[in-house]
Design a protein around this ligand. Sequence first.
Ligand SMILES: *[C@@H]1O[C@H](CO)[C@@H](O)[C@H](O)[C@H]1NC(C)=O
Ligand SMILES: *[C@@H]1O[C@H](CO)[C@@H](O)[C@H](O)[C@H]1NC(C)=O
Ligand SMILES: *[C@@H]1O[C@H](CO)[C@@H](O)[C@H](O)[C@H]1NC(C)=O
Length: 334
Amino acid sequence: MEKRFRIYVYEEGDPPIFHNAPCYGILGLEGIFINDMEISGFRTMDPEKAHVYFLPFSIITLINYVYTVGSSNWDPMYNTVRDYINVINQKYPYWNRSLGADHLMFACHDWGPKISRSIPHLYKNSIRALCNANTSEGFKLSRDVSLPEIYLPHGTTEGLLGGPSPSVRTILVFFSGGVHGYIREVLLKHWENKTEDGVKIQKYLPKGENYYTQVRKSKYCICASGWEVASPRMVEALYMGFVPVLVKDDYAKPFSDVLNWDTFSVDIPTSRIPQLKDILMAIPQRKYIRLQRNGVRVRRHFVVNLPPKSYDVFHMILHSIWLRRLDIHIRDIN
Ligand SMILES: *[C@@H]1O[C@H](CO)[C@@H](O)[C@H](O)[C@H]1NC(C)=O
Ligand SMILES: *[C@@H]1O[C@H](CO)[C@@H](O)[C@H](O)[C@H]1NC(C)=O
Ligand SMILES: *[C@@H]1O[C@H](CO)[C@@H](O)[C@H](O)[C@H]1NC(C)=O
C-alpha cells in the first residue's frame, strides 16, 4: 500500500475552514490528519495519478467559523461544503467521473455525518472517515472508515503511554464521567457509587483523585458511548494498559478489517449492564491477562506520531481508506 496508494489533496479553499483544524484535544485527529496528509508521501501533486481525492475541509473549523452558536440553522455549513464541491467539480473532472465515490472526507466532530448527509453524493458515495461511526445513522462498514477518537491534551501522546502491570491493578472496573446520553444513564442508575468487589463507578471524581491514576490501577474500564457513539476512553485503554469494556450500541469499531477487537476488549450490550460485575468476574484471570497483553500489543496502531511512522494510527487510517477504495461502487442517485 505505501508504495502504490496516492491521494490528491485539492488545493482550493483557504484556511481557516480549509486545510486547517486544531491538532489537540478530543477532536485533534482532524487537524493532525489534514496536516499529515499535506506533507505525506502518500500525497501526489498529479491528480491523474491519484486513487483518492481528499476534500480538505474540517468540520470543527466549519462550526467555529460558519455556524452561529445556539442556532438551529445548519444551512451555512451545508452551503459551504456544497459550494466547495461545486468549485472542484467545475475545475476538475474527478468528482463528476465517480459521482464522489473516490473522494474522501474526514471528521472527528460528531456533526460530520449530518453535514455530509446534506450532499447526497457525498453521503451515499464518498468515503467518509468518521469518529461518529454510528451504524444506525447511515455509517456503512463497506464504504466508510471508522476513526478512533483520541484525547491528546497537548497534541502529542507524551505522558499518555504505559501503565503498571496487571498484577498491581486493584480496581476491577472503573468509570467516571458525566451522564451524557442514554447508555450512561443506565450505567449510573445501576452502578453509581456501588463500591463492592472492586467496582468503582461514579459521575465525577472527588477532588484530589486523578482520573489517570485511577484508570492505571484498574483491570477493566467502561468505555460507554456518550452523546454519540465514539469516546476517547477506548484508545486510552490501549495506551494505559487497562482492558476496555465497550458499552456501545450501533458502533463500528476502528480498523476491524484487520484487528479482532474480541482479543483485546470486552463487549457488553446495553441490555446487560445490570450483569456487568458478574460478566467481568466470570472472565478467568488467564483470559484477562491475555486481553491485557493483546491490548498492549495493538497499541502502536493507535499511537499518533509526528511525523507518522509505519503501522501507526495515520497508516492504519490510510489502510482502511485504501481497502475501501479498492471496492468502490458508483451509485447514481439523482
Ligand atoms: C457531469 O457529467 C454529466 C454527464 O456525464 C454532464 O452532463 C455534466 O455536465 C457534468 N457536470 C459537470 C459540472 O461537469
Ligand atoms: C454518589 O456519590 C456522590 C459523591 O459522594 C454523590 O454526590 C452522589 O449523590 C452519589 N450518588 C448516588 C446515586 O448515591
Ligand atoms: C446512534 O444513532 C441512533 C439513530 O439516530 C440514535 O438513536 C442513537 O442514540 C445513536 N447512538 C448514540 C450512542 O448516540
